[in-house]
Design a protein around this ligand. Structure first.
Ligand code: ZN
Length: 227
């Protein structure tokens, strides 16, 4: 019975470890996803900026051209109102050139910093590290899966070679207490399940090798020699 419980406990631990590794793997995949997303948004923004810059340059050319036209016409007008209107037109287009040139410069700077981030060795390295970590985890997981299969086989064999009524008793204990339902007494003679100290007569029986039920919680207790 104890052997069955030990194998079942180890199966439980192995499953927990596999689950823990699975959670780690999912965290890593999440981080990798974020890095890739950031990269995609950088590439998209770079394209956008390039389009905007082209647009800016065309508009600047157009404003320059309009400024020049206004300048040329200033020489040939006679009416004061017309002259004033042309001056305003010229100023407006000069202003447009200044503003767009400034904005173009900002776009250039943004583009430069995004290009740097895009080619950053740090990010590439980070992705590589995450990839390696993931591989390690996958490897450990497959090792644990093998161990789990092995344990399940051992358990099967054990159960097959155990008498029917012992198995039934074990199942009943397990159902009542969960595992471990069979526990060693500690060095002070207390149940390691509920902490109750055994009466000395009962403790003597345990020490002599008998398996007894804890008077308080009912779990089975045995004596484990300290090695
Ligand atoms: Zn107890």
């Amino acid at each position: 019975m104890l052997r069955i419980q030990q194998v079942e406990l180890e199966i439980q631990r192995t499953k927990d470890s596999i689950q823990r590794l699975q959670n780690q793997a999912e965290d890593i995949l999440g981080n990798m996803g974020k890095i890739k997303e950031r990269r995609e948004s950088i590439l998209k923004r770079i394209e956008e900026i390039k389009r905007e810059m082209k647009n800016h340059r065309e508009l600047i050319e157009e404003c320059k051209r309009k400024t020049k036209i206004a300048e040329e016409r200033l020489n040939s007008v006679r009416k004061v109102e017309e002259y004033k209107a042309l001056l305003r037109e010229k100023a407006k287009n000069e202003d447009c050139v200044i503003k767009l040139t400034r904005s173009l410069k900002n776009l250039e700077e943004e583009l430069k910093s995004l290009e740097q981030e895009k080619d950053s060795k740090k990010v590439v390295k980070e992705l590589q590290n995450l990839e390696e970590e993931l591989q390690d985890i996958r490897y450990s997981q497959s090792r644990l899966q093998d161990r789990l299969a092995e344990l399940e086989n051992i358990l099967k064999t054990l159960k097959e070679s155990t008498e029917e009524d012992i198995l039934r008793e074990y199942q009943a204990l397990k159902k009542k207490y969960g595992i471990p339902a069979i526990l060693p007494v500690d060095s002070l003679g207390a149940c390691t399940g509920c902490g109750t100290k055994l009466p000395s007569a009962l403790y003597s029986r345990v020490i002599s090798g008998e398996v007894v039920a804890c008077p308080s919680c009912g779990r089975l207790l045995y004596y484990e020699e300290v090695t």
